[in-house]
Each structure stands twice: as structure tokens, then as C-alpha cells.
Design a binder for this molecule. Structure first.
Ligand SMILES: [Zn+2]
Length: 497
């Protein structure tokens, strides 16, 4: 589903570039108890400050600051500094302080959708995410990265997994606190392997209907597919944490976030292996792609329509390439996105760009589903226009190439639109579906591709039209269309044995 919160003030950063000095921090995080879930955090930061801020809202999860208790501060000589709470997560010290001790309640969030985004602990396991556990950098508005040296004290028999390995002294050296995630618990199972030049770690816990190898093999095949389409990710290192939800939940539920190089995926338990693997494949394809977009791009701002909506479409393409989905599955997924878009509130009042600015306040349905439809329509148009010479994949490749040349981070909306427009004469498509708030008329939008909407059902079903032109046939074949299997001429005839 998602990632990062820190990418808001691109302009500020550009204005003040050079003035930013990275802060660092040393901390010891002790799990005091798991029922109730409670940790103690003590440490020292490199920059003395009177303003102490902790993350209060993240990815739509509210009131995180309310979890903090018993905050005490001291200066670098160890002398106590009185501190006053101004608001949840906001404190003011009487004078500049560096040392801190506090406790934090880490009960699992009540809403399953929140479980991949914030720290929590249960009797068996949990997540420690530094972005909501530790004080924020003094100059956070300037997006300075804060480095950290960490030591964990965990319950007996618990171990820890993170994309960064601990040193021989058991301490973790973290370059960017915001993106650091630690999976802790009993009986964690970890498998490390190389995928091309990438170092990939798969970590899981609990019981699943599939084996650990089946899940990691699926992840590896998706990573290979993304790599062969888009090239290596810059860090060449990734970790997938596949975990059960902290509370009982439906088999079809999942919650995920890709932060930095760590993909966290929580998924409900399906009793059947086939169903469980099928259920895993789509969110996994989506999340793993976030290692490339947006996490591998030097872009900022609310361009969610691109890094979420278009990513849904890329995950779908990847699943088709790997034969996890058929051509008809592909069309069905587009039909489902259309139905979701049709049911989204205010669907034709906001453009995708405007909707992306309000992702957590308006229903995200629009950004995901209209964004995916826009990607589908764009990809089909570009392929048709260029006789299959170009596709959306080329747009991504160009975006990665450009992003690598950027001296500073840039606005994601401008960069993504420019890349989409530069791939061909595509202004009409981007203006209509991305920049303007115009409605999607699916029947007429897909007619040029040789596709039609079948009427009569409750759900929108897309099928291949009759009398395909050569160009349309070539286009659809690229998505796995096979006249013999998918063709309308066969369907009309009785099957002969
Ligand atoms: Zn996502």
C-alpha cells in the first residue's frame, strides 16, 4: 500500500540546501512488558534543543503522541531540565536538553489497516519503527536525515530482524532513522539470498498455508521481474517482512508499507495454500514495486496518483508477465477498478492531482482506482500509437534515468507528468485523465483497443470485441491475449470434443 511520510517540504529543502546539518542520536530501547505492551526509551541526541517533537499522525493513524508517558529530560551534564507538554507529541523544555528518558505504550492498533504503519507489540512479536518511537529531528522540516546508534533489550527468547545488521557489539548503526524498521519476536525465521546483485532478506513468523520457501520464491520472481523491467534499485538491498496481524482478522485482509528498503506486509490467514498464495501475490507485487517507485526516485510531493494508482497497474502487469494472472484476469482487474472508481465519492469533482493532495482526508479509492485506470488507458494508447514500440515501462525507465541525474529532489507531479508526456504525443490522455477532473467513459475509452464492456452483469466485465484490426490484435497479444483461448469466435461456437 504505502511508504514514507517525510517528503513534504521539497521547496524548503531546496531553499535551505547546504544549511542542513544532520543530527544523530543514541538510544536504548527496552521492552518492559508485552501485556500491556510498553517500552522504555532512553538516550542522548547530538543537538541540544528546547523543542521536543514526536510523530503524532502517520499514514492516517492518529494520536501517536498520546502513547508517550513519563518524559524526563536532562542537559549534556546530566542536570534535569523541566519539560512541559504542549500537545500530543509536542513538548517544550525550560532550557536546551540532550538526554531523554520516556516510556511508550505500544498496544497494537485497533484497526487492522494501521498495523503496517506504526510500532506495536503483542505477546509473540511486533514492530519497532523508529519514525514513531524516537524524537523527531530538530530541523525535520528541512528533511534532514537523522542517524542513530541503537541498542535493544528484548524479552527472553526474542530475536530481531532488520535490513541493517547489528555490529559485533549488538548495536545497530542506522543512517536514516525515519526508514528504519525492526521486526522483533519469538521464532522469527529469516532467509537471506542474492537476487541478481540485490541482497534480499525474507523474514516471517507464525504459521501459513504456504511454506517459507514458496513465499520467498514468489517474492524473488517478482523482484527479478521488476529488476529486468526497470533495472536495479539504488541500494541493492531489500527486506520483506511477512507477518500475521496482531489481532484476529479476515483471511482476505492485508496491510502493507514499503519504507526505505523494508517491505512490511501483514496478511490474513487463508486455510488453502492456493488461495493464500494467490492472495499474497498481488499485494506483494505492488509493495515490492514501491522499492522502485517512489522509494528509488528523488521525487517529493503528493503525487500519489502515480506512485499508488500507476503502481497498482504495474503490479498487475507483473503478475500477467509471470503467468500468475491470465489475460482475462487482467481485464477483470481493470473492470473491478472501474467499479470501485464509479463508487468513489466525488469521483469527477477532483482531478487525480487534486485528489492526491487529500489522500488521507478523501477516500483513497479514487487515487488508487482512477489512477490505475489512467495507467491502463495511458499504456494502451502509447502502445497503440507507437505500434508497440513504446509502453509505460519506457516512461518509468526514463524517470529513473532522469532521477539519477537530479542534484536535489524534485516535485513528483511535474516530473511524472513530464515523463508521461515526453514518451509520445500523450498530452491529450494525461490532460483528460490526470490533470482534469473529467469522467471516464469506459466503453468509448477502450473501444480503440478492440475491447468492449459486456453489459448485463452487476459487475463491469471487459471482453475482446469482434473484428479486431491487426494493430489491435498485436496490442492485446502483448498482454497474453490468445485468439484460440480468448477469442470471441470460439466462444460463439459450441465446443467440439
Ligand atoms: Zn502502495
Amino acid at each position: 500500500m504505502w511508504r514514507h511520510s517525510l517528503l513534504f517540504a521539497a521547496m524548503l529543502m531546496i531553499l535551505s540546501a547546504g544549511a542542513v546539518q544532520a543530527e544523530s542520536l543514541k538510544a536504548r530501547i527496552t521492552v518492559l512488558s508485552v501485556a500491556p505492551a510498553r517500552v522504555r526509551v532512553e538516550g542522548e541526541r547530538s543537538v541540544a534543543t528546547r523543542v521536543w517533537s514526536f510523530r503524532n499522525v502517520y499514514a492516517g493513524v492518529m494520536n501517536l503522541g498520546e502513547r508517550i508517558e513519563k518524559l524526563t529530560l536532562a542537559d549534556s551534564n546530566g542536570l534535569d531540565v523541566p519539560v512541559r507538554r504542549l500537545a500530543p507529541g509536542e513538548y517544550q523544555a525550560a532550557s536546551a536538553a540532550t538526554r531523554f528518558v520516556y516510556e511508550m505504550k505500544l498496544d497494537a492498533p485497533l484497526w487492522e489497516t494501521e498495523a503496517a504503519h506504526v510500532s506495536w507489540l503483542t505477546n509473540e512479536r511486533g514492530f519497532l519503527m523508529l519514525g514513531d518511537l524516537l524524537p523527531l529531528a530538530v530541523n525535520e522540516k528541512e528533511i534532514a536525515k537523522m542517524s542513530a546508534t541503537l541498542h535493544f533489550v528484548l524479552p527472553e527468547k526474542w530475536t530481531i530482524a532488520a535490513s541493517t545488521k547489528a555490529g559485533s557489539d549488538g548495536q545497530f548503526e542506522i543512517a536514516d532513522m525515519e526508514t528504519a524498521i525492526f521486526f522483533v519476536g519469538q521464532n522469527l525465521r529469516e532467509k537471506r539470498q542474492r537476487v541478481g546483485s540485490m541482497e534480499f532478506a525474507f523474514v516471517t513468523a507464525g504459521e501459513w498455508a504456504f511454506s517459507d520457501n514458496e513465499a520467498s520464491d514468489l517474492a524473488v520472481s517478482l523482484l527479478k521481474d521488476h529488476t529486468s523491467t526497470f533495472g536495479n534499485i539504488s541500494k541493492n538491498r531489500a527486506m520483506l517482512i511477512l507477518a500475521p496481524f496482531p489481532r484476529p482478522t479476515g483471511a482476505d485482509r492485508w496491510s502493507a508499507e514499503t519504507r526505505g528498503e523494508t517491505v512490511t506486509l501483514l496478511i490474513g490467514k487463508s486455510p488453502s495454500k492456493t488461495a493464500a498464495l494467490a492472495q499474497l501475490s498481488f499485494p506483494l507485487a505492488h509493495e515490492l514495486f514501491h522499492l522502485w517507485v517512489p522509494n528509488g526516485l528523488a521525487l517529493d510531493g503528493n503525487y500519489d496518483w502515480f506512485y499508488e494508482g500507476f503502481t497498482l497497474y504495474q503490479a498487475l502487469r507483473s503478475a500477467v508477465r509471470l503467468n500468475l494472472l491470465t489475460f482475462q484476469d487482467y481485464l477483470n482487474a481493470v473492470g473491478r477498478a472501474f467499479d470501485a472508481y464509479k463508487s468513489a465519492q466525488g469521483r469527477d469533482e477532483l482531478s487525480l492531482i487534486e485528489a492526491s493532495e487529500r489522500r488521507w482526508t478523501v477516500a483513497p479509492t479514487l487515487i488508487y482506482n482512477k489512477g490505475m485506470l489512467a495507467a491502463f488507458l495511458y499504456d494502451m494508447h502509447l502502445r497503440l500509437k507507437t505500434k508497440g514500440k513504446r509502453s509505460l515501462d519506457d516512461v518509468y525507465r526514463e524517470l529513473f534515468r532522469l532521477s539519477n541525474t537530479f542534484q536535489a529532489r524534485r516535485d513528483g507531479n511535474l516530473a511524472a507528468l513530464a515523463a508521461l508526456n515526453n514518451a509520445g504525443e500523450m498530452h491529450e490522455v494525461t490532460r483528460r485523465y490526470i490533470e482534469n477532473a473529467s469522467a471516464i467513459d469506459l466503453s468509448s475509452a477502450i473501444a480503440p483497443f478492440g475491447l468492449r464492456v459486456e453489459t448485463g452483469g452487476v459487475r463491469t466485465r471487459i471482453a475482446v470485441g469482434e473484428n479486431l484490426s491487426g494493430a489491435q490484435r498485436d496490442l492485446l497479444r502483448k498482454f497474453g491475449y490468445n485468439e484460440k483461448l480468448d477469442g470471441t469466435s470460439i466462444r460463439r461456437k459450441p465446443v467440439r470434443k
